[in-house]
Design a protein. Structure first.
Length: 247
């Protein structure tokens, strides 16, 4: 009986560790502030960006979120969706280089949005929606540096940018990829076709780099779970086999 108990105890330990690995991997993969969708076409109009803010602390709540919009490649016509329990403050700045549009020349654009008054508790997240009139068409991506303030005074700065070929930084800024423009028939525009291949390659490399750590974590967690299940099966088989001669 002692041998049987030892086998079961070892198998159960393996399964528990494997399950913990899966949960830990999932936590790492979803911990940072992100923007959704992950990409838009260059120059896209009348869309919505969603900033997803998870709470990482066990004993503190998120009480303030600050999102900084780039002014070198400004997002035009920004509008904030009302958020239950939260108050949004929108800050605009003068543009160093005015942007010409069909409706005239734009000299000011939103540079910061601050949400306060609400609370994101431990194990929860909040989506903050921002509508835009037009995205820039002269860059391949937009980084939205974000500050997350907790009720205990701790501030997490999501401001680090990912470089192609490097591992994802500890506190990456939410990044929106801007893809080649599309014509009415859905194909890339002729003007952009010459550089589309190079841009797509860079975008793919950056995406693969930024997601490599998440994929690895998930893979290790799943592999650990499989090992745990096999351990339990082996333990059960050993018990049945040991009892067969006495039967």
């Amino acid at each position: 009986m002692s041998a049987h108990r030892t086998i079961l105890r070892r198998a159960g330990t393996v399964a528990a560790l494997a399950t913990a690995g899966v949960l830990a991997a999932a936590g790492v993969a979803s911990a940072h502030v992100t923007v959704h969708p992950e990409s838009y076409a260059k120059g896209a109009t009348d869309g919505v960006l969603t900033f997803r803010v998870p709470n990482e602390e066990d004993k503190a709540s998120t009480t303030k979120v600050q999102v900084y919009l780039p002014t070198d490649h400004p997002v035009l016509g920004v509008l904030v969706t009302p958020q239950n329990g939260w108050t949004a403050k929108v800050t605009t700045s003068k543009l160093k280089t005015p942007v010409k549009t069909d409706d005239g020349t734009i000299t000011d654009a939103v540079s910061q949005i601050t949400w306060t008054g609400g609370k994101i508790a431990a194990g929860q997240y909040e989506d903050f929606n921002v509508a835009f009139g037009q995205l820039p068409d002269d860059t391949d991506q937009l980084a939205f540096k974000t500050l997350q303030t907790y009720s205990d005074g701790d501030v997490v700065r999501w401001i680090e940018q990912t470089t192609a070929g490097d591992d994802e930084p500890e506190n990456p800024a939410p990044v929106l990829k801007l893809t080649a423009k599309e014509s009415e028939d859905g194909d890339a525009t002729p003007a952009a076709s010459a550089s589309t291949a190079a841009t797509a390659t860079k975008t793919t490399s950056a995406s693969a780099s930024s997601s490599s750590s998440d994929s690895t974590a998930r893979g290790l967690g799943i592999a650990g779970l499989i090992v745990g299940v096999l351990g339990l099966a082996a333990g059960a088989f050993a018990i049945v086999r040991s009892r067969t001669p006495r039967s």
